[in-house]
Design a protein. Structure first.
Length: 400
């Protein structure tokens, strides 16, 4: 079976997860080859991936849709001429390329219609965060966006086969789209393919990033459901006992947030890196992220809604302590994988404070949690995940 994978722009989690899955499918000989349909994003990463699997991975750039004039009469004439001349459009060429695969897999398709191809489509819809509001519409869903995205997802469910990565997402899917849906639930493992770096290599990378001293790491973007405001409030209380410990943010747009944490209500923005208590790094390379995680006191994830704790999975795999919100998909990791974390209610900055303090004050507890979790992560591997996915791909291909 030749698998097609359509990689969308803009989701770093989808890319990192897809890379682990593709390599595991090929390593276990569960697919004969992989065609990756991509935009202009992740080109260097894609080239490295294809270089590790020469002959097994084909990189196929997706052509952008043709742009027409905004003048309606001229636009209609253009389309009529194309039809009369039998001209091939970019969308047609994309479809023909995808039809060469036995199954097309689409990980986390945001804002995208399902490809209209003759081959079966399998997709993972991620977390349905658009169906909930978290107190703002500036970086959070609105009713209009919710209705539009739900209608778009309905077309995927009507024509494709769905996989989800947690029972929480399974329940959200049925809440939104009906009890008749019962997709396969396949939990994930760590997203990073790097493993644990040599200690001196990790320390050197962190130094090159301009960091010195102790810090807590949070890997998230600035969307409302990431709950960074509550985290910074809790962290400001931690500073009363540990003024030397910084909070480092890594993730999309986080480089726009750095400053002085002088009260629990709001960060005093500042570009003064030397004085900043909270330091936003923005998006960093996989290697630098692994180094930041490894050299941190621990990882914290305060999210209000997710499909999985992706940063937590990486931290547990690397042997890094974790503090996290007690939301259902995060608790699933504890139940299914047997990992350990310091838990807090994500809306309570005092619980956040206490969880962070507990790991800072009890280094033995933190290290034991990390050691235990790293051992537990060995029991659920990408080999098993790839086998589960291959079963779904095979069943979808058999229905075609």
């Amino acid at each position: 079976m030749r698998l097609g994978v359509m990689l969308q722009a803009g989701s770093t989690g989808a890319w990192r997860y897809s890379e682990r899955l593709i390599e595991s499918l090929l390593r276990e000989k569960l697919v004969a080859g992989v065609s990756i349909f991509h935009t202009t994003h992740y080109l260097d990463d894609l080239a490295r991936l294809a270089g590790r699997w020469p002959g097994a991975i084909s990189l196929i750039p997706l052509e952008p849709p043709k742009k027409y004039t905004s003048v309606r009469r001229v636009r209609l004439l253009q389309k009529k001429a194309e039809k009369l001349l039998g001209l091939s459009l970019p969308e047609d060429r994309n479809r023909r390329a995808m039809d060469q695969c036995d199954v097309l897999f689409c990980p986390w398709p945001y804002y995208e219609p399902i490809p209209r191809i003759s081959r079966p489509v399998v997709f993972i819809p991620h977390d349905f965060t658009y169906s909930r509001n978290f107190g703002t519409t500036l970086v959070g869903p609105t009713l209009d966006e919710f209705e539009w995205q739900r209608s778009l997802h309905e077309t995927w469910f009507a024509a494709g086969t769905c996989i989800v990565s947690s029972t929480f997402v399974h329940s959200e899917l049925r809440r939104l789209f009906g009890e008749q849906h019962n997709p396969a639930v396949i939990p994930l493992a760590g997203f990073s393919c790097l493993g644990r770096l040599a200690d001196d290599v990790a320390a050197a990378r962190v130094k090159e990033l301009g960091l010195a001293g102790r810090y807590i790491l949070c890997v998230n973007n600035l969307c409302a459901h990431k709950n960074l405001g509550q985290l910074m409030g809790g962290y400001s209380l931690v500073r009363e006992r540990f003024p030397d410990v910084r909070l480092v943010l890594a993730g999309a747009f986080s480089d726009n947030v750095s400053g002085i944490c002088d009260n629990p209500w709001g960060l005093a923005l500042s570009r003064d890196v030397q004085r900043a208590h909270v330091l936003g790094m923005g998006l960093v390379s996989d290697e630098n992220l692994a180094a930041l995680m490894q050299c941190s006191e621990f990882l914290v994830n305060p999210s209000l809604s997710e499909a999985n704790n992706g940063p937590g999975l990486d931290a547990w795999e690397q042997g890094v302590p974790v503090a996290m919100s007690s939301i259902p998909p995060f608790l699933e990791h504890i139940d299914f994988l047997g990992v350990r974390a310091e838990l807090f209610h994500p809306r309570c900055l005092y619980q956040i404070r206490d969880a962070l303090l507990n790991l800072l004050e009890n280094r033995g507890l933190a290290q034991e949690n990390a050691r235990h979790s790293a051992e537990m992560m060995k029991k659920w591997t990408w080999t098993e995940i790839a086998q589960r996915y291959a079963q779904v791909f095979g069943a979808a291909a058999g229905k075609a």
